[in-house]
Design a protein around this ligand. Structure first.
Ligand code: PBG
Length: 332
């Protein structure tokens, strides 16, 4: 592989870069709307959208608007939506009971989508943070984010989402043992066909800041998430996490954030060959959107390049807030 070029001038790399047709002929990877998952923020109310200040172009949508977005996404060839709820501060509690309420905002949205846009896959988020008065993904007991009690709650949450019609359950909480517990509960309840995309290698990252604004968790979060999310210094550990989640019954795995972790994407794809996804998170979106807005970058080109990089790194698909914009670009 390494020496497959003849010496110059027998080999001139520029021969195959000379025209668009020649470049297209030897292109190694591509990007299609079908590889995209569009994350959406849901709020209560009717026919309304609340812009998220730190994510220019992104709004929290009422259920009817999410359904409209779902129709648009399906028509653009986007494969899936991923839902995140905005929960009013006064509705956040210590016991997080709203998380597994069959009629909570997310579960109502799933039902509406399945009724109106059945062809698009619906993915959920499994973690307590939008509902938690402390802003953490798990229960907090005397300052500790407790694991096993949290897993029991996550199982209830996932079951309620499957019951509502979710196609893909997305545990983003980074508790130990949650994939096995959720898989066993889904099987026991007859949800054999519901898939799990585990946030397997999720790092304790500064790039989630805008998301926490979007779901109203920034003000709530006490401390940091370092005792459960991964240390950005680690790479081998990501492989152990992915291996564990696959062996517990995850169908697909995710690396998060995306662009700063492309090395992890490549290693995971090569080590396991499983369906592998990356999440281009809110902070990555904010950086690109802000630079484009200021005219500092050619936004369209930079966005396409950023997403192609995930495909080149071995990802099958990408969660990105740019999904509809990119799908429109790709369709010309
Ligand atoms: C929480 C969750 C987070 C994101 C997805 N699910 C934030 C966090 O862990 O604090 C981040 C997504 C983004 O930044 O776009 N369970």
């Amino acid at each position: 592989m390494a020496n497959s070029f003849a010496p110059y001038p027998a080999a001139r790399a520029r021969r195959l870069r000379r025209t668009p047709a020649l470049r297209a002929l030897v292109r190694e990877t591509g990007l299609e709307p079908a590889s995209l998952i569009w994350p959406l923020f849901v709020r209560e109310g009717r026919d309304a959208a609340t812009p998220v200040a730190s994510m220019p172009g992104v709004s929290r949508l009422t259920i009817d608007r999410v359904v409209r977005a779902g129709r648009e996404a399906a028509d653009l060839g986007i494969s899936a939506l991923c839902l995140f709820p905005y929960i009013e501060p006064e509705l956040k509690t210590e016991d997080c009971a709203a998380a597994w309420d069959p009629d909570n905002l997310v579960n109502r949205t799933i039902r509406a989508l399945k009724a109106e846009v059945p062809e698009i896959a619906v993915m959920t988020d499994v973690a307590l943070d939008p509902y938690n008065i402390s802003g953490h993904d798990g229960f907090v007991v005397e300052g500790e984010i407790v694991n096993d009690e949290t897993v029991a709650a996550l199982v209830k949450m996932a079951l309620a989402q499957a019951e509502a019609g979710a196609d893909i359950i997305g545990p983003s909480d980074m508790m130990d043992g949650r994939i096995g517990a959720i898989r066993a509960a889904l099987e026991a309840a007859g949800h054999h066909h519901v898939s799990i995309m585990s946030y397997a290698a999720k790092y304790a990252s500064a790039f989630y800041g805008p998301f926490r604004d979007a779901v109203g968790a920034r003000g709530a979060l006490k401390g940091d998430k370092n005792t459960y999310q991964m240390d950005p210094a680690n790479s081998d550990e990501a492989l152990r996490q992915v291996g564990r989640d696959l062996s517990e019954g995850a169908d697909m795995v995710m690396i998060k954030p995306g662009m700063p972790y492309l090395d992890i994407c490549r290693r995971v794809k090569e080590a396991f060959g499983a369906p592998t996804f990356a999440y281009q998170v809110s902070g990555e979106y904010a950086m690109l959107a802000a630079a484009a807005q200021n005219g500092w970058l050619d936004g369209d080109r930079a966005i396409l390049e950023s997403l192609l990089a995930f495909r080149r790194a071995g990802c099958d698909g990408i969660l990105t807030y740019f999904a509809p914009k990119v799908a429109r670009m790709l369709r010309g």
